[in-house]
Design a protein around this ligand. Sequence first.
Ligand code: SF4
Length: 285
Amino acid sequence: MTVTEKSTEQLRREWVIHPHFKYRGCAPDADDPMRMAGDPSLHVGAHNGPDAFLPEGQVERRLREDAAIEVCLNCPVMVQCDAYASSVRPDGRLAEPEGVWGGRRALERHKALIRARHAVPAASDRRFRTAQKQAVLRALASCWDPFEVADAAGVDVRTANWQRSSLVRLLGLPKDVSRMRALAVARERGLLDGVEVVPDDGSVPAIPPPTRLPAGPQQLHMWGVEEFPTVVEVQPRAGRGVRSPSMKVKFRCVDGQEDLVLVEATGVADVCEMFPAEIALEAAA
Ligand code: SF4
C-alpha cells in the first residue's frame, strides 16, 4: 500500500497529468487500437484480463499477468500508476482492486494493504495518545481488577475494558495475552516511561473476561435509568419463528432458543422483580 497523505483522487490526477502519461505501456497502439503500445503482441486489455463472463484458467491468467507486468516495468509512469492504484479509498478499498497496475498483480496489492493494516503503529501514533487510552494504560500498570482499573482511570468499567482490548490490538498482541506481557511491550514502545508497573503472577489477562455488574436497582440508578415504559422479557420457547407482537419483525429461531415478548413495567423495582438482574440491565441498555 502506498504510504501517503494524498487522496486517491489527487494521486490519480498526478498520474494522468504526468507529461509521460501518453507514453504509458498499456495505452492503445497507434496503428491498432486493439493492441497494446508497450507490446503489440498483447491485447490492449491484457492488464485486466478477459471479459468477466469469459473463463480463464490459472495458467493462462498467470502468463497474461506476467506479460502485462513486463509492459509495466518499461512504463514511464509506473511509479505514479502504482501510487494511485494501490492507494486506499475512504471506504477502505483499493483504488483499483482488480487487474495489474503499476507492475503489481491485484493479489499482491491486496496483500500489501492487509499487511499495512496489521502493521503495529509506532508509539507516537495518535491512536495511542488519547487521554483516555493513556489513563487506562497507566491504571493497568498499577492494578488489574476491572473495577479498580476503571476507577483509577476515571472511566466506567465498560470503557476501561474496551480500551484494554483496543490497546492490545494496537500493540499487535493476541487477545489472550497476559497483562504483564502487554505492559512489557507497551514499555518497549515507550508508552510507560516513568510509570511503575505493579507485577502480578503472570496469569492475569490484559483483556478481562466480560465483567458482570453488581445486581440491584442501585446499579440501574447509577446508570441514570429511572423508568422502563417498555422492556424486553425473555421466555424460553421452542418454535420455528419468533415475532414481536408490536413490531412485525422476525427473528431467526432454533428449538430451545428464547422468545422475545414486549411487556409493560412501571419502574426499576418492577423490572428487578420480574427478571434476573443481568437481563433487566441488558434490556435497559
Ligand atoms: S504501469 Fe502498467 S498499468 Fe500503469 S500505466 Fe504503465 S503500463 Fe499501464
